[in-house]
Design a protein around this ligand. Structure first.
Ligand SMILES: Cc1cc2nc3c(=O)[nH]c(=O)nc-3n(C[C@H](O)[C@H](O)[C@H](O)COP(=O)(O)O)c2cc1C
Length: 376
Protein backbone atom coordinates (compact mmCIF):
# COMPACT_ATOMS: atom_id res chain seq x y z
CA UNK A 1 0.00 0.00 0.00
CA UNK A 2 2.92 2.28 0.77
CA UNK A 3 4.01 2.05 -2.90
CA UNK A 4 0.57 3.06 -4.14
CA UNK A 5 0.94 6.44 -2.49
CA UNK A 6 4.44 7.16 -3.67
CA UNK A 7 5.26 9.64 -6.46
CA UNK A 8 8.65 9.50 -8.17
CA UNK A 9 9.58 12.46 -10.35
CA UNK A 10 12.56 12.02 -12.69
CA UNK A 11 14.35 15.12 -13.95
CA UNK A 12 16.24 14.15 -17.09
CA UNK A 13 19.18 16.46 -17.83
CA UNK A 14 20.44 14.68 -20.94
CA UNK A 15 20.39 16.76 -24.15
CA UNK A 16 19.35 13.46 -25.81
CA UNK A 17 16.27 13.20 -23.61
CA UNK A 18 14.27 10.00 -24.00
CA UNK A 19 16.56 8.88 -26.88
CA UNK A 20 19.69 8.95 -24.72
CA UNK A 21 21.71 6.27 -22.98
CA UNK A 22 20.79 7.59 -19.53
CA UNK A 23 17.10 7.29 -20.38
CA UNK A 24 17.53 3.51 -20.81
CA UNK A 25 18.61 3.28 -17.16
CA UNK A 26 15.95 5.74 -16.05
CA UNK A 27 13.21 3.72 -17.76
CA UNK A 28 14.38 0.44 -16.17
CA UNK A 29 14.44 2.10 -12.75
CA UNK A 30 11.03 3.77 -13.11
CA UNK A 31 9.50 0.56 -14.48
CA UNK A 32 10.69 -1.17 -11.31
CA UNK A 33 9.14 1.56 -9.17
CA UNK A 34 5.83 1.28 -11.07
CA UNK A 35 5.83 -2.50 -10.63
CA UNK A 36 5.98 -1.84 -6.88
CA UNK A 37 2.91 0.40 -7.15
CA UNK A 38 4.48 3.86 -7.38
CA UNK A 39 3.45 6.63 -9.76
CA UNK A 40 6.25 7.97 -11.96
CA UNK A 41 6.66 11.05 -14.08
CA UNK A 42 9.52 12.50 -16.15
CA UNK A 43 10.50 16.09 -16.87
CA UNK A 44 12.76 16.47 -19.91
CA UNK A 45 14.90 19.49 -19.20
CA UNK A 46 15.92 19.70 -22.87
CA UNK A 47 12.34 20.67 -23.73
CA UNK A 48 12.15 23.40 -21.08
CA UNK A 49 13.25 27.00 -21.05
CA UNK A 50 15.38 27.49 -17.94
CA UNK A 51 17.43 30.66 -17.77
CA UNK A 52 20.69 30.81 -15.84
CA UNK A 53 20.53 31.93 -12.24
CA UNK A 54 22.00 35.45 -12.19
CA UNK A 55 22.77 35.39 -8.46
CA UNK A 56 20.58 38.40 -7.59
CA UNK A 57 19.06 36.73 -4.47
CA UNK A 58 15.72 38.42 -5.15
CA UNK A 59 14.14 34.97 -4.48
CA UNK A 60 15.59 35.24 -0.95
CA UNK A 61 14.76 38.91 -0.29
CA UNK A 62 12.14 40.97 -2.16
CA UNK A 63 10.03 38.00 -3.41
CA UNK A 64 10.79 35.07 -1.04
CA UNK A 65 10.59 31.76 -2.89
CA UNK A 66 9.94 33.40 -6.27
CA UNK A 67 12.60 33.89 -8.96
CA UNK A 68 12.84 36.99 -11.13
CA UNK A 69 12.86 34.77 -14.25
CA UNK A 70 9.44 33.90 -15.62
CA UNK A 71 10.16 30.62 -17.41
CA UNK A 72 9.42 26.88 -17.17
CA UNK A 73 11.15 26.60 -13.80
CA UNK A 74 8.01 27.98 -12.09
CA UNK A 75 5.98 24.95 -13.21
CA UNK A 76 8.86 22.54 -12.48
CA UNK A 77 9.20 23.77 -8.89
CA UNK A 78 5.46 23.26 -8.39
CA UNK A 79 5.69 19.70 -9.72
CA UNK A 80 8.64 19.00 -7.44
CA UNK A 81 6.51 19.88 -4.41
CA UNK A 82 4.09 17.04 -5.15
CA UNK A 83 6.82 14.38 -5.55
CA UNK A 84 7.99 12.05 -2.78
CA UNK A 85 11.27 11.11 -4.40
CA UNK A 86 13.33 13.01 -6.98
CA UNK A 87 15.33 11.05 -9.55
CA UNK A 88 18.18 13.11 -11.00
CA UNK A 89 18.95 11.62 -14.41
CA UNK A 90 21.98 12.87 -16.35
CA UNK A 91 24.95 11.78 -18.46
CA UNK A 92 28.40 12.51 -17.08
CA UNK A 93 29.77 15.67 -18.68
CA UNK A 94 33.39 16.59 -17.91
CA UNK A 95 33.35 14.63 -14.63
CA UNK A 96 30.16 16.29 -13.43
CA UNK A 97 26.62 17.24 -14.48
CA UNK A 98 25.66 18.66 -17.89
CA UNK A 99 24.75 22.34 -18.15
CA UNK A 100 21.02 21.61 -18.46
CA UNK A 101 21.07 19.93 -15.05
CA UNK A 102 23.34 22.55 -13.50
CA UNK A 103 20.95 25.33 -14.53
CA UNK A 104 18.08 23.34 -13.01
CA UNK A 105 19.96 22.76 -9.72
CA UNK A 106 21.01 26.42 -9.49
CA UNK A 107 17.44 27.54 -10.14
CA UNK A 108 16.24 25.46 -7.17
CA UNK A 109 17.61 28.27 -4.99
CA UNK A 110 14.10 29.61 -4.20
CA UNK A 111 13.41 26.27 -2.43
CA UNK A 112 16.09 27.08 0.15
CA UNK A 113 15.89 29.63 2.95
CA UNK A 114 18.90 32.00 3.16
CA UNK A 115 19.53 31.43 6.86
CA UNK A 116 22.58 29.33 7.71
CA UNK A 117 21.60 27.04 10.59
CA UNK A 118 23.48 24.30 12.41
CA UNK A 119 21.96 20.85 11.91
CA UNK A 120 24.02 18.15 13.61
CA UNK A 121 27.63 19.06 12.85
CA UNK A 122 26.78 20.97 9.65
CA UNK A 123 25.67 24.44 8.75
CA UNK A 124 22.95 24.28 6.12
CA UNK A 125 20.30 26.33 4.37
CA UNK A 126 16.97 24.90 5.60
CA UNK A 127 14.26 24.08 3.06
CA UNK A 128 11.78 26.91 2.63
CA UNK A 129 8.70 24.66 2.37
CA UNK A 130 7.80 21.51 4.28
CA UNK A 131 6.65 19.62 1.18
CA UNK A 132 9.93 19.75 -0.76
CA UNK A 133 11.13 16.15 -1.38
CA UNK A 134 14.12 15.22 0.71
CA UNK A 135 14.91 11.83 -0.79
CA UNK A 136 16.70 11.40 -4.11
CA UNK A 137 18.28 8.92 -6.49
CA UNK A 138 21.06 9.65 -8.99
CA UNK A 139 21.06 7.95 -12.39
CA UNK A 140 24.00 8.58 -14.71
CA UNK A 141 26.14 6.99 -17.40
CA UNK A 142 29.48 7.80 -18.93
CA UNK A 143 31.38 7.23 -22.15
CA UNK A 144 34.51 6.02 -20.34
CA UNK A 145 34.49 2.46 -19.04
CA UNK A 146 36.02 2.98 -15.58
CA UNK A 147 33.66 3.91 -12.76
CA UNK A 148 36.10 6.28 -11.01
CA UNK A 149 35.08 8.91 -13.58
CA UNK A 150 31.91 9.38 -11.51
CA UNK A 151 33.80 10.32 -8.32
CA UNK A 152 33.19 14.08 -8.78
CA UNK A 153 29.52 13.74 -9.70
CA UNK A 154 28.82 11.36 -6.80
CA UNK A 155 30.54 13.71 -4.36
CA UNK A 156 28.54 16.68 -5.68
CA UNK A 157 25.32 14.71 -5.36
CA UNK A 158 26.16 13.68 -1.80
CA UNK A 159 26.91 17.29 -0.88
CA UNK A 160 23.59 18.40 -2.40
CA UNK A 161 21.95 16.13 0.16
CA UNK A 162 24.36 16.78 3.00
CA UNK A 163 21.79 17.73 5.59
CA UNK A 164 20.28 15.60 8.35
CA UNK A 165 16.82 15.73 6.75
CA UNK A 166 17.95 14.83 3.22
CA UNK A 167 18.76 11.38 1.98
CA UNK A 168 20.37 9.74 -1.07
CA UNK A 169 18.57 6.43 -1.63
CA UNK A 170 21.13 5.08 -4.08
CA UNK A 171 23.20 5.96 -7.12
CA UNK A 172 23.18 4.23 -10.49
CA UNK A 173 26.38 5.31 -12.25
CA UNK A 174 27.01 3.18 -15.29
CA UNK A 175 30.45 3.11 -16.98
CA UNK A 176 30.54 2.36 -20.74
CA UNK A 177 26.95 3.60 -21.03
CA UNK A 178 26.90 3.77 -24.85
CA UNK A 179 26.66 -0.06 -24.81
CA UNK A 180 23.13 0.34 -23.40
CA UNK A 181 21.63 1.22 -26.77
CA UNK A 182 23.52 -1.23 -29.02
CA UNK A 183 21.04 -3.98 -29.99
CA UNK A 184 23.78 -6.62 -30.18
CA UNK A 185 24.80 -5.87 -26.58
CA UNK A 186 21.32 -6.68 -25.26
CA UNK A 187 22.49 -9.85 -23.50
CA UNK A 188 25.58 -8.20 -22.03
CA UNK A 189 23.62 -5.34 -20.44
CA UNK A 190 20.66 -7.45 -19.28
CA UNK A 191 21.97 -8.05 -15.73
CA UNK A 192 22.66 -4.33 -15.25
CA UNK A 193 19.20 -3.29 -16.46
CA UNK A 194 17.57 -5.93 -14.27
CA UNK A 195 19.47 -4.49 -11.31
CA UNK A 196 18.24 -0.99 -12.25
CA UNK A 197 14.68 -2.39 -12.32
CA UNK A 198 15.17 -4.02 -8.89
CA UNK A 199 16.58 -0.73 -7.61
CA UNK A 200 13.26 0.91 -8.54
CA UNK A 201 11.24 -1.69 -6.65
CA UNK A 202 13.58 -1.53 -3.65
CA UNK A 203 13.39 2.26 -3.38
CA UNK A 204 9.59 1.97 -3.18
CA UNK A 205 9.39 -1.12 -0.96
CA UNK A 206 12.49 -0.84 1.22
CA UNK A 207 13.21 2.90 1.10
CA UNK A 208 16.58 2.55 -0.63
CA UNK A 209 18.62 0.50 -3.11
CA UNK A 210 19.73 -2.68 -1.36
CA UNK A 211 23.48 -3.47 -1.05
CA UNK A 212 23.43 -6.53 -3.37
CA UNK A 213 21.69 -4.52 -6.10
CA UNK A 214 23.94 -1.52 -5.53
CA UNK A 215 27.00 -3.79 -5.89
CA UNK A 216 25.88 -4.78 -9.41
CA UNK A 217 25.09 -1.17 -10.30
CA UNK A 218 28.57 -0.06 -9.16
CA UNK A 219 30.17 -2.22 -11.88
CA UNK A 220 31.01 -0.98 -15.35
CA UNK A 221 29.26 -2.49 -18.35
CA UNK A 222 32.71 -3.06 -19.84
CA UNK A 223 34.40 -5.95 -18.02
CA UNK A 224 37.55 -5.29 -20.06
CA UNK A 225 38.18 -1.55 -20.68
CA UNK A 226 40.68 -2.31 -23.49
CA UNK A 227 38.13 -4.35 -25.43
CA UNK A 228 35.57 -1.59 -24.97
CA UNK A 229 38.10 1.05 -26.09
CA UNK A 230 38.64 -0.95 -29.31
CA UNK A 231 34.90 -0.91 -30.00
CA UNK A 232 34.59 2.82 -29.33
CA UNK A 233 37.62 3.68 -31.49
CA UNK A 234 36.21 1.57 -34.32
CA UNK A 235 32.96 3.53 -34.04
CA UNK A 236 34.75 6.88 -34.32
CA UNK A 237 36.78 5.62 -37.30
CA UNK A 238 33.52 4.56 -38.95
CA UNK A 239 32.38 8.18 -38.51
CA UNK A 240 35.37 9.36 -40.54
CA UNK A 241 37.52 10.36 -37.57
CA UNK A 242 41.27 10.04 -38.20
CA UNK A 243 42.91 7.87 -35.54
CA UNK A 244 46.57 8.89 -36.11
CA UNK A 245 48.67 5.94 -34.89
CA UNK A 246 46.39 3.34 -36.52
CA UNK A 247 46.32 5.11 -39.87
CA UNK A 248 50.12 5.42 -40.03
CA UNK A 249 50.53 1.69 -39.36
CA UNK A 250 48.14 0.88 -42.19
CA UNK A 251 49.96 3.14 -44.70
CA UNK A 252 53.26 1.36 -44.04
CA UNK A 253 51.93 -2.14 -44.58
CA UNK A 254 52.07 -1.84 -48.41
CA UNK A 255 50.88 -4.43 -50.94
CA UNK A 256 50.82 -7.94 -49.47
CA UNK A 257 51.98 -11.19 -51.06
CA UNK A 258 49.72 -14.23 -50.79
CA UNK A 259 51.93 -16.98 -49.41
CA UNK A 260 49.30 -19.69 -48.69
CA UNK A 261 47.62 -22.71 -50.27
CA UNK A 262 44.42 -21.64 -52.10
CA UNK A 263 41.27 -23.06 -50.49
CA UNK A 264 38.56 -24.55 -52.72
CA UNK A 265 34.85 -23.93 -52.08
CA UNK A 266 33.67 -26.20 -49.24
CA UNK A 267 30.95 -28.85 -49.51
CA UNK A 268 30.07 -28.70 -45.81
CA UNK A 269 30.43 -26.35 -42.81
CA UNK A 270 32.12 -28.41 -40.09
CA UNK A 271 35.38 -26.53 -39.48
CA UNK A 272 36.58 -22.95 -39.56
CA UNK A 273 38.63 -24.05 -42.60
CA UNK A 274 35.25 -24.66 -44.32
CA UNK A 275 33.98 -21.26 -43.16
CA UNK A 276 37.06 -19.40 -44.47
CA UNK A 277 37.05 -21.44 -47.70
CA UNK A 278 33.42 -20.41 -48.24
CA UNK A 279 33.99 -16.68 -47.72
CA UNK A 280 34.66 -15.92 -51.45
CA UNK A 281 31.23 -17.42 -52.28
CA UNK A 282 29.37 -15.15 -49.88
CA UNK A 283 31.59 -12.11 -50.56
CA UNK A 284 29.65 -8.94 -51.45
CA UNK A 285 31.93 -7.06 -53.84
CA UNK A 286 29.60 -4.02 -53.91
CA UNK A 287 30.04 -3.59 -50.14
CA UNK A 288 33.84 -3.91 -50.33
CA UNK A 289 34.30 -1.19 -52.99
CA UNK A 290 38.05 -0.41 -53.07
CA UNK A 291 38.85 -2.19 -49.80
CA UNK A 292 42.26 -3.93 -49.76
CA UNK A 293 42.78 -6.06 -46.63
CA UNK A 294 43.96 -9.41 -45.28
CA UNK A 295 42.11 -11.22 -42.49
CA UNK A 296 44.11 -13.89 -40.68
CA UNK A 297 42.41 -16.63 -38.66
CA UNK A 298 44.22 -18.45 -35.85
CA UNK A 299 41.96 -21.27 -34.76
CA UNK A 300 42.51 -23.32 -31.63
CA UNK A 301 41.17 -26.92 -31.47
CA UNK A 302 41.62 -27.28 -35.23
CA UNK A 303 44.48 -28.49 -37.45
CA UNK A 304 46.18 -26.71 -39.11
CA UNK A 305 44.11 -23.79 -37.79
CA UNK A 306 45.87 -21.05 -39.81
CA UNK A 307 43.91 -19.55 -42.71
CA UNK A 308 43.61 -16.14 -44.28
CA UNK A 309 41.30 -14.29 -46.61
CA UNK A 310 42.45 -11.56 -48.98
CA UNK A 311 40.09 -8.85 -50.22
CA UNK A 312 41.42 -6.64 -53.01
CA UNK A 313 40.27 -5.22 -56.35
CA UNK A 314 36.69 -6.18 -55.56
CA UNK A 315 37.62 -9.89 -55.21
CA UNK A 316 37.96 -12.26 -52.28
CA UNK A 317 40.24 -15.33 -52.06
CA UNK A 318 40.99 -17.67 -49.14
CA UNK A 319 44.19 -19.55 -48.30
CA UNK A 320 45.57 -22.00 -45.77
CA UNK A 321 48.67 -20.65 -43.99
CA UNK A 322 49.95 -17.52 -42.32
CA UNK A 323 50.05 -14.10 -43.97
CA UNK A 324 53.01 -11.85 -42.99
CA UNK A 325 50.99 -8.58 -42.97
CA UNK A 326 47.39 -9.17 -41.94
CA UNK A 327 45.23 -6.12 -41.19
CA UNK A 328 43.11 -8.13 -38.79
CA UNK A 329 43.97 -11.29 -36.83
CA UNK A 330 41.06 -13.26 -35.35
CA UNK A 331 42.09 -15.73 -32.64
CA UNK A 332 39.22 -18.05 -31.94
CA UNK A 333 38.31 -21.51 -30.72
CA UNK A 334 36.78 -23.54 -33.57
CA UNK A 335 33.28 -23.79 -32.05
CA UNK A 336 32.98 -20.08 -31.37
CA UNK A 337 33.66 -19.04 -34.98
CA UNK A 338 31.52 -21.86 -36.30
CA UNK A 339 28.68 -20.64 -34.05
CA UNK A 340 29.07 -17.09 -35.39
CA UNK A 341 29.23 -18.28 -39.03
CA UNK A 342 26.10 -20.37 -38.55
CA UNK A 343 24.27 -17.42 -37.00
CA UNK A 344 23.92 -19.21 -33.63
CA UNK A 345 26.11 -16.71 -31.78
CA UNK A 346 26.35 -12.89 -31.99
CA UNK A 347 29.85 -11.92 -33.14
CA UNK A 348 29.76 -8.70 -31.08
CA UNK A 349 28.59 -10.42 -27.89
CA UNK A 350 31.16 -13.21 -28.31
CA UNK A 351 33.84 -10.53 -28.68
CA UNK A 352 32.71 -8.54 -25.63
CA UNK A 353 32.61 -11.70 -23.53
CA UNK A 354 36.12 -12.58 -24.77
CA UNK A 355 35.16 -15.84 -26.42
CA UNK A 356 37.57 -14.78 -29.16
CA UNK A 357 40.14 -12.01 -29.40
CA UNK A 358 41.52 -9.91 -32.21
CA UNK A 359 44.58 -7.88 -33.12
CA UNK A 360 44.59 -5.07 -35.64
CA UNK A 361 41.74 -3.39 -37.42
CA UNK A 362 38.66 -3.41 -35.19
CA UNK A 363 36.64 -1.46 -37.76
CA UNK A 364 37.22 -4.26 -40.27
CA UNK A 365 35.90 -6.77 -37.74
CA UNK A 366 32.76 -4.69 -37.27
CA UNK A 367 32.30 -4.47 -41.05
CA UNK A 368 32.52 -8.23 -41.65
CA UNK A 369 28.73 -8.79 -41.50
CA UNK A 370 28.28 -6.25 -44.33
CA UNK A 371 31.09 -7.75 -46.47
CA UNK A 372 29.72 -11.29 -46.42
CA UNK A 373 26.16 -12.53 -46.67
CA UNK A 374 24.88 -14.36 -43.60
CA UNK A 375 26.38 -17.90 -43.55
CA UNK A 376 30.01 -17.55 -44.54
C1 LIG B 1 30.30 17.73 -23.50
C2 LIG B 1 30.45 16.27 -23.14
C3 LIG B 1 31.24 15.94 -22.06
C4 LIG B 1 31.41 14.59 -21.70
N1 LIG B 1 32.20 14.29 -20.64
C5 LIG B 1 32.41 13.00 -20.30
C6 LIG B 1 33.25 12.66 -19.20
O1 LIG B 1 33.81 13.51 -18.50
N2 LIG B 1 33.44 11.35 -18.92
C7 LIG B 1 32.83 10.36 -19.65
O2 LIG B 1 33.05 9.19 -19.35
N3 LIG B 1 31.99 10.65 -20.67
C8 LIG B 1 31.77 11.95 -21.01
N4 LIG B 1 30.92 12.26 -22.04
C9 LIG B 1 30.19 11.15 -22.75
C10 LIG B 1 28.77 10.97 -22.24
O3 LIG B 1 28.71 10.87 -20.83
C11 LIG B 1 28.18 9.70 -22.87
O4 LIG B 1 28.17 9.83 -24.26
C12 LIG B 1 26.79 9.36 -22.39
O5 LIG B 1 26.52 8.03 -22.80
C13 LIG B 1 25.70 10.26 -22.97
O6 LIG B 1 24.44 9.92 -22.39
P1 LIG B 1 23.06 10.42 -23.02
O7 LIG B 1 22.88 9.66 -24.32
O8 LIG B 1 22.00 10.09 -22.04
O9 LIG B 1 23.17 11.90 -23.23
C14 LIG B 1 30.74 13.58 -22.44
C15 LIG B 1 29.94 13.93 -23.54
C16 LIG B 1 29.81 15.26 -23.89
C17 LIG B 1 28.95 15.62 -25.08
Amino acid sequence: MKGLLMNLLAINGSPHGADGNTAVLQEAFLAGARSAGARTDVIELKDKTIHHCIGCYVCWTRTPGVCIHQDDMTEILERIQSADILVYTMPLYVYTMPGLMKDFVDRCLPLAHPAILKRGDHFIHPQRWEGTPRRSVLISNAGFPETHHFDGLKRTFQLLHDAPDREVLGMICCGAGPLLRIPEMKESVREYLEAAFHAGTEVVNAGRIQPETQAILDRSLASDPAVYANLVNAYWRSQGVDMPSEEKRRDKSGPAPHPGIPLAAPTELKTVRDVVAGMPQSFRAEAAASLSVVIQFEVSNETPGLYFTVIENGCCASFEGEHPHPNLVIRTPRDVWLGIARGELSGATAYMTKQYTIAGDMELLMNLPSLFSSTS
